[in-house]
Design a protein around this ligand. Structure first.
Ligand code: SF4
Length: 62
């Protein structure tokens, strides 16, 4: 599964970086996916983070 963060939409609330620090990190005032491909075992957590992002800035692709 692939994941990206839309930097133009992200508000920098840090919800995803707190929830899944192995995948998301803050870069300046916005979150960024540390790698394009989600590591095995993190996929459900990333899907939850995408669902919980208040501005729907996290996009996943199978
Ligand atoms: S949860 Fe959404 S708005 Fe908040 S830091 Fe992550 S991508 Fe940005």
């Amino acid at each position: 599964m692939k994941v990206t963060v839309d930097a133009d939409t992200c508000t920098g609330c840090e919800l995803c970086t707190d929830a899944v620090p192995d995948v998301f990190a803050m870069e300046g005032s916005v979150a960024k996916a540390k790698a394009d491909v989600v590591p095995a075992g993190q996929e459900d957590a990333v899907k939850d983070a995408a669902g919980n992002c208040p501005v729907e800035a996290i996009k996943t692709e199978e």
